[in-house]
Design a protein around this ligand. Structure first.
Ligand code: SF4
Length: 415
């Protein structure tokens, strides 16, 4: 077997600030002011246009002269004032990144409001926040801490749904919650600053992804109930619905009925895909890989290895326990070399991985697809319809194993 040299030096997540920018730049009326050096700004301007909101980042010119010369705060204040002169800007997140001097900016030296615009410092240094999913959590928690209306009366039977999800999933969740009697729902990360205000008035928070630790503990310390898990797969879907019913004290009979209906619908989907067999490796960096693995296991597939870039968290512990009990080797804060070793060790029928891992697998004649952006996040995954969508894709890919083997043989001959 090929032995991989594990140098553990490859960056295994893109710049964490990217995750924070996704949350901040999608808020209506927001204009990010970035306190970073030119290198960060160059890369993050690219991602803000390409992956986020097609909006520009504004930043004072922070070269060594300004950073070490003591004018940085004045430059920053001037830039904030200039952004605020546009009346359409209602929110100015000031994002500080890795450069030590910008990471350590004193919040008290920045204004809280200029003109119409609220100003909020969001610290996103990579040496502290290791991955972009965790940076989303930092951004959401910073927003909720500042704007959440925790002091106002709670809205009865109201829920915060926390997690970035595919739009169809949001509609499905809304429909099911309405059927069990939830009266109002705020979805975070939200596109309206008011979503963060109203989140403080909810009775409970359903945390869909395991990396929202800071945000969940903020809600919990404000007296809100935390609902763990997500409606992925038959059993977890029913359990999730029941947990929400319990957290919001909804009518138990209605909740039980809806939970059973949704469990049955998902089970019917699994029955329709009982013909797919094979082993799949899931290796991502988005932090929500384990629920996908759970879905694949429930469908009868073998998942010998799964990895993610986030740390092991209490919010993901149920999945961790279940997956390891069912025989999946789970790696957190993984390195590419560990994923490559797993491909060699388990010789799976399909790899759902990162770009580099997919190339590695394809060179060995193993079907592989890029995990997140193009595939998993571009389709629903919740409830029965999500299961059907994901399993339909997997079924098609596993059947291609022979095609990949032939391609490999063809290119070997061509060599
Ligand atoms: S230095 Fe830090 S903030 Fe700047 S691009 Fe690199 S990881 Fe991101």
């Amino acid at each position: 077997m090929e032995k991989m040299a594990c140098n553990k030096l490859h960056p295994q997540s893109m710049c964490p600030a990217f995750g924070g920018l996704r949350v901040l730049m999608r808020i209506d009326g927001a204009q990010v002011c970035m306190a970073a050096d030119q290198g960060c700004l160059y890369g993050l301007t690219f991602v803000s246009h390409f992956y986020v909101a097609r909006r520009s980042i504004v930043s004072p010119e922070l070269m060594n002269v300004q950073i070490s010369g003591g004018t940085m705060i004045d430059d920053l204040r001037r830039t904030i004032e200039s952004i605020a002169s546009d009346p359409s800007v209602r929110f100015i997140p000031v994002v500080s990144t890795c450069v030590a001097e910008t990471a350590g900016i004193a919040e008290e030296l920045l204004p809280k409001k200029v003109g119409n615009a609220e100003v909020l410092l969001v610290r996103l240094p990579a040496f502290q926040i290791r991955t972009h999913p965790e940076a989303k959590d930092v951004a959401v928690a910073t927003l909720v801490k500042r704007f959440g209306a925790f002091g106002e009366p709670r809205r009865e039977k109201s829920l915060v749904v926390l997690g970035e999800i595919f739009p169809v999933d949001a509609m499905m969740i809304g429909g099911v919650l309405q059927r069990i009697g939830v009266q109002s729902v705020v979805t975070l990360p939200g596109a309206d600053l008011d979503d963060y205000v109203q989140a403080g008035r909810a009775e409970a928070c359903a945390v869909l992804h395991p990396f929202y630790e800071r945000s969940a503990s903020l809600f919990q310390s404000a007296g809100m109930k935390i609902v763990q898990g997500n409606p992925i797969g038959a059993n977890a879907t029913a359990q999730w619905i029941e947990r929400i019913g319990e957290a919001l004290d909804l009518d138990p009979e209605t909740v039980r009925q809806v939970a059973e209906e949704e469990r049955k619908k998902a089970k019917d989907v699994f029955a329709g895909f009982s013909h797919i067999k094979g082993s799949v490796i899931v290796a991502g960096y988005e932090g929500n890989e384990l629920p996908l693995v759970r879905l694949l296991l429930e469908a009868g597939l073998d998942v010998p290895y799964a990895s993610t870039s986030i740390a092991r968290t209490p919010l993901g512990e149920e999945d961790h326990q279940l997956l390891t009990m069912l025989g999946t080797e789970v790696r957190y804060r993984k390195y590419l070399e560990e994923d490559e070793e797993a491909v060699l060790k388990y010789a799976p029928d399909l790899v759902i991985g990162t770009t580099a891992l997919d190339s590695f697998a394809k060179e060995r004649g193993i079907p592989a697809i890029y995990y997140y952006t193009n595939n998993i996040s571009a389709r629903p995954i919740f409830f029965a319809s999500g299961a059907a969508s994901v399993l339909g894709m997997i079924a098609g890919l596993i059947q291609k194993k022979d095609v990949y083997r032939k391609m490999k043989e063809y290119f070997l001959q061509a060599d």
